[in-house]
Design a protein around this ligand. Structure first.
Ligand code: KIV
Ligand code: ZN
Length: 541
C-alpha cells in the first residue's frame, strides 16, 4: 500500500494547469496574489508554473518561490518534462523556496508514445529512471507523473512506476489526462498499482484528472477510498478544455461526508480530525479572486461556489429552510466563508476602517496599494450608499489585476436611447503620454465604445465574450464586466467594476488590451524545445 500521510494532501495546480484554460493567462502580480491566497487557504503544494515554457513562467515560479514558499508554507512545485533542460530550469526557478518540488512527467499510453512522442515503451523505461534521478540530484522532493495513465496498459504502468520510485520519486501521480475514466475504473487502477508495484510503500499516490465527462471529482473520491493521498486540483475547476477536478468540491465532499470517508483512513466514522488541511472559510474568497483575475466566470449553478449554490427558489424549499436549514442545505454557507454580514462602510468611513475590514477579508495591502484602494473606495462611496465586502473585493481585485498600463482610459461618454443611434466618445492616453480621442457609432453603447477604442489602438482582435454581473443587490450596485478578446488565436481577458456598466465595459476592454500587450511583450517569448520529447509544446500538455 502506498504511503499514507493520514489525510489528503491538496496539490493546487490553478497556476499551472488552471492557467492553461483558454484566455486565463495571468500576469506576474496576479499569479503572486493567487499564490498568496492559496497559502492562506492552506494548500499543501502550489504548482506555480512550467518554468521551461517561457521566461514569464520561469520568473513567476521564481517570484512565488521567493515570496510565498516559507518554512511553514506550502511546498512550491514546478512542472517539467522528462528532459534535462526542463528539469534544470525547473530546479532553478523553485530554488528560492525552502520547501520545493520538481514535478516531472512523460506519457505512458501507447497513443501518446506512438503519435506524440514517437518513442517505444523501452525508450520510456530508460528515460524515466534517468530523469527522476537527475531531478533527485537537484532537489530532495521529486514527483513523477505518467501522463495519460488512465489510458495506459496497466502492466506497463506498473513497471514505469516501480522504476520511478526506485530512482527517488517520493510522489507518483496518476493522471486521467483526457478525462476518460470512470470512478470504479479509476479506483480499480489505484488498487492495481497498490497491488502490483512492489515498492509502492515508498511513495505517496497522487491523482490528477480532467473533467471532459464531468467525472473528475467522482473519480478522485474513488481513488482516495482506495489509497490515493494527494489530489491535484484547481480553484473553480478551471483548466485545459473542460477543466480539472475542482478543489472546493473535493474538499467540501470530504468535509461534509467525513463520516463516510473516515473509515477509509482507518478512523472511527465520528472522528472530528479534518481530512484535509484546507481552511474552508477561505474558499469563497479564493474562488472569487481566481474568477476575477482569470476572467473565467463561475457558472451560477456550480457546486459550492456558484452564485445559486445556497439560493432556494421554490416555495416548498424556502418554507423548509425557514423551519430548519437542514431540510434542504447540506453545507453551512459560513463554512466556506460566505457571510451574510452587511458591513456599514460608507462615505464617512476613514482609511483605518477600510484597512481593518480589508485585513479581516485577508487583504494585507502595502501603503501604496491601500492608498489606491482607499481612493477607489471614496469614489465608489460617493455613488453608492453602502459598501459591502463584495464591493471591497471588487475594488481590490481590480487593483491587483492592473497589468502594465500601456493605455489609460481617460474619458468615456455615450449617448444612446430609444431614438438615438448609440454614439461613444473615448479618450486614451498611450505609453508616451499622448492623449487621443475617437468617436464611433455602434449597435449599442458598449459596441460603440469598443469600436471607438479599436480605432485608437490598432490591435486587430475579435470580441468573443462580454458579460456583466451585479456585485451586490440594489439599483446602485457595482456592475462587474468581464471581456474576452481573441488576438492571433490567443484569448485575453479584462475585468472591471463600476456603478456605470458602460464605463466598466470600457475599462475592462482597456484592461484586456493592456494584458495582451504586457503578455505579448513580457511573456510571449518563444518556447524553447529540446530533443527528448520535442513533439510536445508547453501549452498543449
Ligand atoms: O493532465 C495531465 O496529464 C497533466 C500532467 C502534466 C500531470 O497535466
Ligand atoms: Zn492536466
Amino acid at each position: 500500500m502506498a504511503k499514507d500521510p493520514g489525510r489528503v494532501l491538496i496539490f493546487d495546480t490553478t497556476l499551472r494547469d488552471g492557467e492553461q484554460s483558454p484566455g486565463a493567462s495571468l500576469n506576474l502580480e496576479e499569479k503572486l496574489a493567487i499564490a498568496q491566497q492559496l497559502a492562506r487557504l492552506g494548500v499543501d503544494v502550489i504548482e506555480a508554473g512550467f518554468p521551461f515554457a517561457s521566461h514569464g513562467d520561469f520568473t513567476a515560479v521564481q517570484k512565488i518561490a521567493e515570496v510565498v514558499g516559507g518554512e511553514e508554507g506550502p511546498i512550491i512545485c514546478g512542472l517539467s518534462r522528462a528532459s534535462k533542460a526542463d528539469i534544470k530550469s525547473c530546479a532553478e526557478a523553485i530554488g528560492p523556496a525552502p520547501r520545493k518540488r520538481i514535478h516531472t512527467f512523460i506519457a505512458t499510453s501507447d497513443i501518446h508514445l506512438e503519435h506524440k512522442l514517437r518513442k517505444s515503451r523501452a525508450d520510456i523505461l530508460e528515460i524515466v529512471p534517468e530523469m527522476v534521478q537527475y531531478a533527485k540530484n537537484l532537489v530532495d522532493d521529486v514527483e513523477f507523473s505518467c501522463e495519460d495513465a488512465a489510458r495506459s496498459d496497466p502492466d506497463f504502468l506498473y513497471q514505469v512506476i516501480q522504476l520511478a520510485i526506485k530512482a527517488g520519486a517520493g510522489t507518483i501521480n496518476i493522471p486521467d489526462t483526457v478525462g476518460y475514466t470512470t470512478p470504479s475504473e479509476f479506483g480499480g487502477l489505484i488498487i492495481g498499482i497498490n497491488k502490483n508495484v512492489s515498492n509502492i510503500d515508498e511513495a505517496i499516490l497522487s491523482v490528477h484528472g480532467h473533467n471532459d465527462l464531468g467525472l473528475a471529482v467522482a473519480n478522485f473520491l474513488e481513488a482516495i477510498k482506495n489509497g490515493a493521498r494527494q489530489v491535484e486540483c484547481t480553484i473553480n475547476g478551471i483548466g485545459e478544455r473542460a477543466g480539472n477536478a475542482a478543489l472546493e468540491e473535493l474538499v467540501m465532499g470530504l468535509h461534509v461526508r467525513r463520516r463516510y470517508f473516515n473509515p477509509f483512513f482507518g478512523r472511527e466514522p465520528d472522528s472530528p480530525t479534518p481530512l484535509t488541511a484546507i481552511r474552508t472559510e477561505e474558499i469563497t474568497k479564493t474562488s472569487r479572486l481566481v474568477s476575477n483575475l482569470t476572467g473565467m466566470i463561475v457558472q451560477p449553478n456550480k457546486a459550492i461556489v456558484g452564485a445559486n449554490a445556497f439560493a432556494h427558489e421554490s416555495g416548498i424549499h424556502q418554507d423548509g429552510v425557514l423551519k430548519n436549514r437542514l431540510t434542504y442545505e447540506i453545507v453551512d454557507a459560513k463554512t466556506i466563508g460566505l457571510s451574510d454580514n452587511k458591513i456599514s462602510l460608507g462615505k464617512l468611513s476613514g482609511r483605518s476602517a477600510v484597512r481593518a475590514r480589508l485585513e479581516e477579508l485577508g487583504y494585507d495591502l502595502s501603503r501604496e496599494d491601500l492608498n489606491d484602494a482607499f481612493a477607489r473606495f471614496k469614489d465608489l462611496a460617493d455613488r453608492k450608499r453602502e459598501i459591502t465586502d463584495r464591493d471591497l473585493e471588487a475594488i481590490v481585485s481590480e487593483q491587483v489585476q492592473q497589468p502594465e498600463a500601456f493605455f489609460q482610459l481617460r474619458l468615456v461618454q455615450v449617448s444612446c436611447g430609444t431614438t438615438l443611434k448609440p454614439t461613444a466618445t473615448v479618450s486614451l492616453i498611450d505609453q508616451d503620454g499622448t492623449e487621443k480621442t475617437a468617436v464611433s457609432l455602434g449597435t449599442g453603447p458598449v459596441d460603440a465604445v469598443v469600436r471607438a477604442l479599436d480605432s485608437l489602438v490598432d490591435i486587430p482582435n475579435e470580441l468573443i465574450e462580454f458579460s456583466v454581473k451585479s456585485v451586490t443587490e440594489g439599483i446602485d450596485a457595482l456592475g462587474e464586466v468581464t471581456i474576452r478578446l481573441r488576438h492571433e488565436n490567443k484569448l485575453f481577458s479584462g475585468h472591471s467594476a463600476d456603478t456605470d456598466v458602460v464605463v466598466a465595459a470600457a475599462q475592462a476592454y482597456v484592461n484586456a488590451l493592456n494584458r495582451l500587450k504586457s503578455i505579448k511583450g513580457k511573456y510571449g517569448l518563444p518556447l524553447q524545445v529540446d530533443s527528448v520529447n520535442s513533439a510536445q509544446t508547453s501549452k498543449s500538455i
